[in-house]
Design a protein around this ligand. Structure first.
Ligand code: FMN
Length: 182
């Protein structure tokens, strides 16, 4: 079972990057072949119709889509900006709908997680990502992982520190495995 995981932030010290790093060993322990991706390796211009007319879709959008389309699952771990998606993630999702194939959305099951400094754990952005992905025909796992209060969410080894979030992370992965076997 192959899974790719990436954060919707490329910021140094990103708490969503930290959540990616905490989920990585859990996915390996669950038997997944894990590919950790960084959107900094797939830079794309801000979507602009004139740019697209002149250049077509960016090669980076095609390259990222090619990697994602080979996966059984894709785990997106996103910051919440004003109750919604950060422009980096929305732009990446949008460009990948412009490359001529939707395999990256239609082949793998997508999972959604979010990490926030405050207690609300990204519930608004996760709903919005779910809506957008569903709108473009993606199978989205209905269980989501929200991790709030980021300052105390990770232990000294970078793993999830609190039992209820560890349990939730495990439940999401168990649910994914069930879905992939059915
Ligand atoms: C423009 C902007 C809007 C934000 N809006 C929210 C928000 O709606 N909810 C929230 O929990 N945090 C919000 N934050 C705080 C982010 O969760 C915080 O900056 C977080 O560290 C970003 O994720 P990262 O560390 O992975 O880059 C916002 C931050 C920015 C820059």
């Amino acid at each position: 079972m192959k899974i790719a995981i990436f954060a919707g932030s490329t910021r140094t010290g990103s708490i969503n990057g930290k959540l990616v790093n905490a989920l990585h060993p859990l996915l390996v322990e669950a038997g997944f072949e894990v590919t950790v991706l960084s959107l900094s390796d797939y830079e794309m211009p801000l979507y602009d119709g004139d740019w697209e007319e002149a250049n077509g879709a960016p090669e980076t959008a095609k390259a990222l889509a090619a990697v994602l389309s080979q996966q059984d699952a894709v785990y997106v771990v996103s910051p919440e900006y004003n109750g919604s998606l950060p422009p980096l993630l929305k732009n990446t999702i949008d460009w990948m709908t412009r490359i001529g194939t939707m395999d990256q959305y239609h082949n793998p099951i997508w999972l959604i997680a979010s990490c926030t400094p405050g207690p609300m754990a990204g519930i608004m952005v996760m709903r919005q990502i779910q809506y957008i992905l569903t709108r473009i025909g993606t199978q989205v796992l209905q269980f989501q992982l929200g991790v709030g209060n980021a300052a105390t969410a990770f232990d000294e080894n970078g793993r999830l520190a609190r039992d209820f979030e560890k349990d939730l992370a495990d439940k999401v992965i168990m649910n994914l495995k069930k879905r992939l076997k059915s």
